[in-house]
Design a protein around this ligand. Structure first.
Ligand SMILES: Nc1ncnc2c1ncn2[C@@H]1O[C@H](COP(=O)(O)OP(=O)(O)OP(=O)(O)O)[C@@H](O)[C@H]1O
Length: 283
């Protein structure tokens, strides 16, 4: 591969009936990186991802995915990417194990089907018909089908919708193990800010078909250096102040109370606060 990046996009544009859905988007994703695409409904995330997957034609722009233009990619390229779609595939009359085995046949170096079923926590449901699975179990099967071919690049479109909290955590570990263990690059779209924070090395915020901000989720939009809010209780009364220097405020309060400060908390803007500010100013 000549490209350093797993994904390189420059000036991407796509219109539907004259209306821009993607409107001059630039994006790089490094090999082995987990990138989360965030943005409000209709911002152009799915359209962008479908163009990267080779499922949708673009109107303008340069796109390279694993060194290949997805609009003209050979079958060999398709086998090196894994895709977990928002919409379920038509597997209802097969069992979980049959579905995974069916997909294994498409890949030259597929994972062991039972191992993959175990990875997504469906071992007990291996013999169950797909149509009898709950929404969250069905989604886990979709993830199993996305990773069974050992993809170099995995696309996940809102992967944990419908997962219970325990399964979400297990899923995050699974995705992290793919990147640390196998160097898999991951591009995911999500509406869950906690998911982006827990999983992504980098987030890119799309508004109206353009990227309005990108960076490490811990520092996006100046988060790490933004003013902190120090809160405490003064008898029954809640008190708080905003400060650039929370350590000094806490030291002062400790002296004033002659020991631990009642109900002390220090908060900085959450990723959700920063995200909401970005999308309000980006539209
Ligand atoms: N096949 C289509 N035909 C016409 N318009 C479309 C089509 N697909 C998407 N659009 C429009 O393009 C815009 C971007 O849609 P897209 O699905 O890419 O957004 P998204 O960011 O993935 O949204 P969501 O968070 O709701 O999944 C929207 O205005 C949508 O209505």
């Amino acid at each position: 591969m000549t490209d350093q990046n797993a994904v390189r996009v420059r000036g991407l544009r796509k219109r539907y009936r004259g209306e821009p859905a993607v409107d001059g988007l630039d994006l790089d994703v490094a090999e082995g990186e987990i990138l989360a695409l965030l943005g409000p409904n209709g911002a152009g995330k799915t359209t962008t991802v479908e163009i990267l997957e080779g499922y949708r034609e673009r109107d303008e722009g340069e796109v390279s995915v694993l060194g290949t233009d997805p609009g003209r990619a050979p079958l060999r390229w398709r086998r090196s990417i894994g895709i977990v779609l928002q919409n379920a595939r038509d597997l209802n009359e097969l069992t979980v194990a049959e579905s995974v085995r069916h997909f294994v046949r498409y890949y030259p170096d597929a994972r062991d089907p039972d191992e993959v079923i175990g990875l997504v926590g469906l071992t007990e449901k291996a013999g169950a018909l797909v149509r009898t699975l709950s929404g969250g179990q069905r989604r886990r099967l979709d993830v199993a089908l996305g990773v069974v071919g050992r993809p170099r690049l995995l696309f996940l479109d809102e992967p944990t919708t419908g997962f219970d909290p325990q399964v979400r955590r297990a899923f995050w570990s699974l995705i992290r193990s793919l990147t640390t263990g196998y160097g898999t690059t991951v591009v995911l779209t999500t509406h869950y800010l906690d998911e982006a924070e827990a999983l992504a090395d980098r987030v890119a915020v799309i508004v109206a078909g353009r990227i309005v901000a990108e960076g490490d989720p811990a520092t996006l939009g100046g988060r790490a250096t933004a003013e902190a809010t120090v809160s405490w209780r003064d008898g029954p009364a809640p008190r708080s102040c905003r400060t650039d220097d929370p350590a000094s405020v806490v030291a002062e309060l400790t002296e004033r109370y002659g020991g631990p400060v009642p109900g002390l908390t220090i908060t900085r803007p959450s990723l959700e606060d920063v995200y909401l500010t970005l999308i309000e100013s980006g539209t």
